[in-house]
Design a protein around this ligand. Structure first.
Ligand SMILES: *[C@@H]1O[C@H](CO)[C@@H](O)[C@H](O)[C@H]1NC(C)=O
Ligand SMILES: *[C@@H]1O[C@H](CO)[C@@H](O)[C@H](O)[C@H]1NC(C)=O
Ligand SMILES: *[C@@H]1O[C@H](CO)[C@@H](O)[C@H](O)[C@H]1NC(C)=O
Ligand SMILES: *[C@@H]1O[C@H](CO)[C@@H](O)[C@H](O)[C@H]1NC(C)=O
Ligand SMILES: *[C@@H]1O[C@H](CO)[C@@H](O)[C@H](O)[C@H]1NC(C)=O
Ligand SMILES: *[C@@H]1O[C@H](CO)[C@@H](O)[C@H](O)[C@H]1NC(C)=O
Ligand SMILES: *[C@@H]1O[C@H](CO)[C@@H](O)[C@H](O)[C@H]1NC(C)=O
Ligand SMILES: *[C@@H]1O[C@H](CO)[C@@H](O)[C@H](O)[C@H]1NC(C)=O
Ligand SMILES: *[C@@H]1O[C@H](CO)[C@@H](O)[C@H](O)[C@H]1NC(C)=O
Ligand SMILES: *[C@@H]1O[C@H](CO)[C@@H](O)[C@H](O)[C@H]1NC(C)=O
Ligand SMILES: *[C@@H]1O[C@H](CO)[C@@H](O)[C@H](O)[C@H]1NC(C)=O
Ligand SMILES: *[C@@H]1O[C@H](CO)[C@@H](O)[C@H](O)[C@H]1NC(C)=O
Length: 700
């Protein structure tokens, strides 16, 4: 199984002590190798309530200080002291601890406060320096750096406590009567002492362990070794290993089945091997040498053996999708060799090959990350940590799916499905919500099933839909999913924009509108009784409109799903009276006393509705109406007539009709009217045709 490539990200931490920055406020501190050291907390200029985090670190990770307590090189060896929850104690100091320890703290609503405060640690070992002065020697318990405070020195001879001093110099000079093995220690350093030095003797009592502290994984094998010495006047007669409570292994009998020993008397070397270690084997192991003359000597303090398990820490163990989980693979003590780590999920390795990181970060967590996790260290995959279960809360697990593959067209069937397949425990109720696009109001459909079906989807169903599923653990709401119902144009309508009446010469815009999804792509304009389209585009404009433009117009709206015509709108162009024509009836000669009818006709829109007749040089109208009847025509009626019309346009046109009167003086003479030839034409004629009396009046 390889690392997942999508979804969560594996973040790893490099154990690097390089790149320690120059600190301005770095103090030097010296401590004994194997002992412990306390690094005091600096003065924090904030109340404890304001301080949210305090951390000692040597490296940074993504700009964040990496807490020493998570570092496998310090497993089981660091703690923040209870008294101020801030000072750092490092125990069982070793060579690799000689680095600079930095401190930072965080204040509420603020970042890290970096006072460049820290400690550079140096380590030293105690050593008995012997200065020979004639027959007596002076002993000095020396170290390469100054231990903090004023240490108290303790002296031992042949393993027995002699005295305590605040000076590093042994109280007396050592003469040949005081021959023996001497070593020194510093108070409160866990019994750590210098190697023994034989004074005035080439061989003296001593036991030196190869390692004072050992941290070993459960189930494995350990060799606890020492070299020893005794005065040459004694003969070795036996030895054993013991703890505070028991003799665990003696040269006479194998005390415990899983122990063996390897004695090399010629090299004065002894090794206790313990196989199949269990936590019960954690103890302090001491070697005791037995000789003739009841000589005996113990190596004190002994070797502290810690047997550790592998443990997995998971923080948090229950997490919502999208959050972050940190897994730490831990031991209770610092292993000699920082191992490689193997991570398992549901019993299968997650990382391959082994990683040298004790931290596995899953970020963001995905529901597929839920499972049982454990870890092991390289070479000991039999020794897996107890499993920890990661529970992923199905927060965004619920989702809506629309079963339509492509576009949703009005009238089709659409099914929305709310799925919470992985929900655990199962969903027992669903609620659907409709969120109107662009609006905030929600419509809910409570307690419906996992599906929401539209048998014939309507354009009004266009909205965003989401669902909430309920199970015994809680609710989970999906993201909203848009449902966009497509439909052909509907309700195509046409509007006219014109100010007031449409009169000749003005301009006009027709606008076509239609409800369609997607929006109408093409508009086509038609005029009734005209086959070819008049135009396209949403607007159709006619400038300088003429009476011929009158007619019924309609438009067609079209999108990819269909088209729809608007109802027709009639455009009625109004215009004033055209120059009229007058007819005289009867035509031909008019006899005095007969009747004459003058009829006027003129084209206008709306039609002329008011005609008024005048006789020339007479101000008052003679008559009204389209026709003017003169009954019993006599000569005095002779004259010029014209009509005047009134329309809504308030325009009028006048024309003169004149009558030619012929008077016959003989008895059989007759009156003869002669209408001016083709009176109806007069208007268009030049007045010269009518002689002096011809007359044409035009519009006012
Ligand atoms: C004892 O050893 C220390 C070094 O650890 C040295 O500074 C000091 O002078 C020595 N004292 C004597 C008396 O030699
Ligand atoms: C212990 O010592 C034996 C003999 O020297 C050696 O073979 C073995 O590898 C050692 N075991 C460990 C764990 O150091
Ligand atoms: C290691 O073992 C010693 C002795 O049994 C015990 O006091 C100590 O707490 C142990 N340390 C750890 C880190 O387990
Ligand atoms: C979770 O991860 C799996 C596999 O890596 C992936 O198929 C799935 O889409 C992811 N789920 C989410 C909610 O990201
Ligand atoms: C969607 O589901 C409904 C009911 O199950 C079905 O009638 C319809 O054909 C489906 N439509 C598509 C596009 O799959
Ligand atoms: C058609 O459109 C008009 C104007 O936009 C609107 O007043 C009318 O309600 C619509 N009719 C229908 C059935 O949608
Ligand atoms: C269109 O033609 C029909 C007959 O051809 C006629 O009855 C109708 O009045 C005409 N409509 C227009 C607007 O001219
Ligand atoms: C149509 O005319 C209206 C005003 O009458 C104008 O607001 C609109 O932008 C025009 N549309 C087009 C496509 O020219
Ligand atoms: C709109 O008109 C253009 C040009 O005439 C044409 O290519 C296109 O197919 C038309 N669109 C529709 C939806 O009819
Ligand atoms: C709309 O009018 C055009 C032109 O008269 C015609 O070809 C078309 O069939 C009409 N469309 C509908 C939907 O009636
Ligand atoms: C016709 O015109 C005359 C004079 O302008 C007016 O008095 C009369 O009311 C009008 N009649 C009609 C029907 O418009
Ligand atoms: C004028 O005379 C004609 C024919 O004699 C008649 O039809 C018409 O109604 C008369 N008109 C008026 C206004 O009297």
């Amino acid at each position: 199984m390889s690392l997942r490539t999508t979804g969560s990200v594996l973040v790893v931490f490099l154990w690097s002590v390089t790149g320690v920055q120059v600190q301005h406020n770095v103090n030097q501190i010296c401590a004994l190798k194997g002992s412990s050291v306390d690094l005091p907390c600096p003065i924090i200029k904030a109340t404890s309530a304001q301080v949210t985090e305090k951390v000692w670190y040597i490296t940074e990770f993504c700009g964040e200080p990496y807490d020493l307590r998570w570092d496998p090189k310090y497993e089981g060896r660091v703690e923040y002291l209870e008294e101020d929850d801030c000072s750092l104690r490092i125990t069982d100091l070793r060579e690799t601890d000689k680095v600079t320890y930095k401190f930072r703290y965080k204040i509420k609503n603020s970042g890290w406060i970096d006072g460049s405060y820290g400690y550079a640690l140096t380590l030293t070992e105690l050593k008995v320096q012997v200065s020979v002065k004639r027959l007596s020697n002076t002993l000095n318990c020396s170290s390469t750096c100054n231990l903090p405070g004023t240490p108290t020195y303790i002296w031992y001879k042949n393993g027995k406590h002699l005295n305590k001093r605040t000076s590093s110099i042994y109280s007396k000079t050592v003469s040949s009567q005081d021959a023996g093995s001497y070593y020194c220690a510093v108070e409160n350093s866990l019994g750590l002492h210098s190697p023994a030095v034989c004074v005035h003797d080439s061989n003296c009592w001593s036991v030196t362990y190869t390692k004072m502290r050992m941290c070993v994984l459960k189930g494995s094998t350990v060799n606890i070794s020492c070299t020893y010495n005794h005065p040459s006047s004694y003969i070795e007669q036996g030895s054993f290993w013991y703890t505070k409570k028991n003799i665990v292994f003696s040269s006479e009998s194998q005390y415990k089945y899983h122990m063996s020993y390897n004695r090399k008397p010629e090299k004065q070397q002894h090794t206790l091997t313990i196989t199949g270690l269990t936590e019960k084997d954690s103890d302090e192991y001491r070697f005791r040498l037995l000789t003739n003359y009841k000589g005996r000597f113990s190596g004190l303090p002994g070797v502290i053996l810690n047997i550790t398990d592998v443990m997995l820490e998971m923080d948090p163990t229950s997490v919502s999708e999208g959050r972050r989980v940190t897994l730490l693979c831990r031991t209770t003590c610092t292993l000699d060799h920082i191992p490689e780590y193997i991570w398992y999920k549901n019993g299968t390795p997650v990382t391959n090959p082994f990683t040298s990181y004790n931290r596995l970060i899953i970020d963001p967590v995905n529901s597929s990350d839920a499972g049982r996790y454990s870890c092991a260290v390289g070479g000991r995959d039999d020794l897996r940590s107890p499993e920890k279960t990661l529970t992923v809360k199905y927060v965004s697990r619920t989702r809506v799916s629309v079963n339509s593959s492509g576009e949703i067209v009005e009238g089709s069937s659409v099914t929305l499905t709310c799925s919470s397949d992985d929900a655990n425990p199962p969903v027992d109720k669903y609620t659907w919500y409709k969120k109107t696009v662009g609006g905030s109001q929600c419509t809910s459909y409570v307690n419906t099933g996992p599906q929401h079906v539209f048998n014939q989807v309507q354009s009004s169903d266009t909205a965003e839909y989401y669902c909430t599923s309920f199970n015994k653990k809680g609710t989970s709401t999906s993201e909203s999913v848009p449902v966009n119902v497509k439909y052909k144009p509907k309700n195509t309508s046409l509007s006219i924009s014109a100010s007031g009446e449409i009169v000749e010469g003005s301009s006009l815009t027709l606008t076509c509108s239609s409800d369609a999804n997607p929006l109408v792509e093409n508009y086509t304009w038609y005029k009734k009784n005209v086959t070819s389209p008049k135009g396209s585009g949403q607007n159709y404009s006619i400038t300088n409109i003429r009476s011929e433009d009158s007619g019924e117009y309609y438009c067609e709206a079209e999108n990819k799903y269909g088209h729809l015509n608007s109802s027709a709108v009639s455009v009625d162009v109004q215009y004033g009276p055209r120059i009229p024509s007058v007819s005289v009836s009867p035509s031909g000669e008019i006899v005095e006393g007969s009747s004459v009818t003058l009829t006027c006709s003129s084209d206008a829109n709306p039609p002329v509705n008011n005609y008024t007749w005048y006789k020339k040089n007479i101000a008052s109208p003679k008559a009204s109406g389209q026709s003017y009847n003169i009954t019993n025509f006599i000569s005095k009626d002779n004259g010029e007539y014209y009509w005047r019309q009134t329309t809504v346009m308030n325009a009028f046109v006048g024309v003169t009709v004149f009558l030619l009167v012929l008077i016959c003086f003989s008895g059989f003479m007759c009156f003869r009217w002669k209408a001016s030839k083709s009176t109806s034409d007069t208007i268009t004629r030049d007045k010269a045709d009518f002689g002096q009396t011809g007359r044409l009046q035009s519009c006012v």
